[in-house]
Design a protein around this ligand. Sequence first.
Ligand SMILES: CC(C)(COP(=O)(O)OP(=O)(O)OC[C@H]1O[C@@H](n2cnc3c(N)ncnc32)[C@H](O)[C@@H]1OP(=O)(O)O)[C@@H](O)C(=O)NCCC(=O)NCCS
Length: 219
Amino acid sequence: MSGKPNNEPVWPLFDLRLNFNDTMLRPVRETDLNELARILPDDYEHDPSSSLLLGLDLASNRRRLLFQNYWRNWGAWSVESWTLDFCVIYQDQVVGIQALEAEHFVELRTVDSGSWLAPDYRGVGLGTSMRIAILGFAFDHLGAQAAITSARFENAASLGVSRRIGYRDNGVSMSRSPSGPCELQHMRLTRAQWQESSLGDSLLVTGLSGCALYFGLEQ
Ligand SMILES: CC(C)(COP(=O)(O)OP(=O)(O)OC[C@H]1O[C@@H](n2cnc3c(N)ncnc32)[C@H](O)[C@@H]1OP(=O)(O)O)[C@@H](O)C(=O)NCCC(=O)NCCS
């Protein structure tokens, strides 16, 4: 071997940490997958464009897709299209996933999100805290100009999180779902609305060193 060993982290995104109140978010690692699959709730629908294995029941297929999504998201990461899945840690337990994603972020400065929590941890504000954490990261550290999200009309918890944070209604569309066509409520939060809310003031983000390039931003 010639030259000195290089101790720089090759995948700096793994070092990201978002701390908000009593909730900590860190990128999902392969070693989290078994636990995430164990607590994956039945009401988190899979992407209807994913193909199911005929020999597996729905729950087993969704657990399998959780694994494949992990490998796909890191494997397909590019500045033009990325999905960052965070493990949500509460009281030292892995309790769910909060995803942040964007297409052509450098030009469009718009992020989307998705999330789920194990049922035992719902209804106490965790869903709101984990969304605030990724919004603070996106607006205040990546320079996002807008955040969008969407949920079925009847998904009161997901829409409740968005409304509580200050997203405004942004139209309705028909969408495919595993159980057939459904109506989606779209919502949008602008940078100005986010800044006015001061919701992210106590968010602490660490481990950013080396990550900017992965989002197409200057260090
Ligand atoms: C969506 C989800 C992450 C929300 O997490 P949560 O911790 O339960 O949400 P919070 O406790 O932060 O509640 C946020 C707001 O929604 C309201 N809310 C929560 N659950 C609700 C329910 N079942 N019905 C009506 N309102 C509800 C809360 O009252 C709160 O509003 P408020 O502060 O104005 O009172 C969680 O319910 C979940 O995992 N759902 C299944 C997966 C899913 O649907 N993901 C979204 C896919 S688009």
